[in-house]
Ligand binder design. Structure first.
Ligand code: NAD
Ligand code: UFG
Length: 345
């Protein structure tokens, strides 16, 4: 297996994954419409990897674009990152989220079928587990019960993929990411959110670099060790390597169903939970300065604790996350402090 189509490859996780794919010897075609990224991340991939790749600017919902890619390239597998991902925005603009996230996947699967491409790695999320009081989150837990349109699109896409792979030769590995953070250790590429960051770590680094005044810590009265929420933060480079492991899994002799199809869902996390205050302490240490923050009311929809059971990733993919919270903070800070305005610095 050699040539991989990466949708959303200009984005945060996609760009780091392309670097790891190129390092592992794969050829890459990226399809991205830059709705949440820019061509500067493509330059960074070339600089960091010292390698080149093909790029197509286009929308994954556009079947003509997809057919042309599959005609021009002999694609062996697809990694599908493209999608809209802001939880709060999805509540305001559900139509855009259902349209972008569901239609892109359906059109991609149709184009793959036409071209005879069978292997598909999907970006899912721990959010598909919904609310549960049992930890860690195990792949055998029922999914659903999502609380926002973004999460529901991930849940619906998993259902679609499971149904389609049950009755065809489509082979799917859906990866449920926990909380991706950090940046490439070169400091040349990292997370570059547009507007006010929704997520904790980019907000912390933007306060530390002086772009924002103060972090609001959402809730100090949870039933956790210090009252703040617990999450499973995973370094984006570890996460990227998990995708290389998933591609290798396709070549390792899958237990296919009678139609030649396959479906499996696997968590990508570290299995360790860190509180918001733990993360603040790690970033203060990395930056060598105090963070301005204030504990405020809980954010609607947040659950107290979320971390992964990681046995399946280890057993099925041979994947174990290696980087620590300290690495995550140091690498994020290197990126943010040398690029205060992200790729536009
Ligand atoms: P991102 O926004 O940085 O990257 C997504 C990329 O897809 C962007 O470059 C965007 O321009 C592109 N894109 C979106 N819709 C497109 C379309 N219709 N056609 C072509 N390109 C399109 O996001 P990310 O953090 O890199 O996330 C990648 C994937 O992982 C997403 O599917 C996301 O939902 C999922 N995920 C992310 C997180 C997280 O916290 N970052 C957690 C769980 C799952
Ligand atoms: N938090 C703050 N202040 C902020 C931002 C976040 O205190 O300004 C807290 C949140 O309350 C939460 C923790 O930091 O306790 C992490 O919040 P994030 O928004 O960074 O991440 P979430 O766990 O809420 O959500 C992430 C992804 C979603 C995904 C979900 C489950 O952003 O896309 O994990 O995988 F669905």
């Amino acid at each position: 297996m050699n040539k991989i189509l990466v949708t959303g490859g200009a984005g945060y996780i996609g760009s780091h994954t392309v670097v790891e794919l190129l390092a592992a010897g794969y050829e890459v075609v990226i399809l991205d419409n830059f709705v949440n990224s820019s061509d500067k991340s493509l330059e960074a991939i070339r600089k960091v990897s010292g390698k080149n790749f093909d790029f197509v600017k286009g929308d994954v919902r556009d079947s003509v674009v997809l057919d042309n890619i599959f005609k021009a390239h002999e694609i062996d597998a697809v990694i599908h990152f493209a999608g809209l991902k802001a939880v709060g925005e999805s509540v305001q603009k559900p139509l855009e989220y259902y349209d972008n996230n569901l239609i892109s996947t359906l059109h991609l699967l149709e184009a793959m079928k036409k071209a005879g491409v069978k292997k598909f790695v999907f970006s899912s999320s721990a959010t598909v587990y919904g609310e549960t009081e049992v930890y860690p989150f195990d792949e055998s837990f029922p999914i659903g019960g999502t609380t926002n349109p973004y999460g529901t699109t991930k849940y619906m896409q998993e259902l679609m993929l499971k149904d389609i792979s049950a009755t065809s030769d489509l082979q799917v590995i859906t990866l449920r990411y926990f909380n991706p953070v950090g940046a490439h250790e070169s400091g040349e590429m990292g997370e570059d959110p547009q507007g006010i960051p929704n997520n904790l770590c980019p907000f912390i680094t933007q306060v530390l670099v002086g772009r924002r005044d103060k972090l609001s810590v959402f809730g100090g009265d949870y039933d956790t060790k210090d009252g703040t929420c617990i999450r499973d933060y995973i370094h984006v480079v570890d996460l990227a390597k998990g995708h290389v492991c998933a591609l290798k899994k396709f070549d390792s002799g899958l237990r296919l169903n009678e139609n030649g199809g396959y479906f499996d869902a696997i968590n990508l996390g570290t299995g360790k939970g860190s509180s918001v205050l733990d993360m603040i302490a790690a970033f203060e240490k990395a930056a060598g300065k105090k963070l301005n923050y204030e504990v405020v009311d809980r954010r609607a929809g947040d659950i107290a604790v979320c971390y992964a059971k990681t046995d399946k990733a280890r057993e099925e993919l041979g994947f174990v996350a290696e980087k620590t919270v300290e690495d995550m903070a140091q690498d994020s800070w290197r990126w943010q402090s040398t690029h205060p305005k992200g790729f536009n610095s």
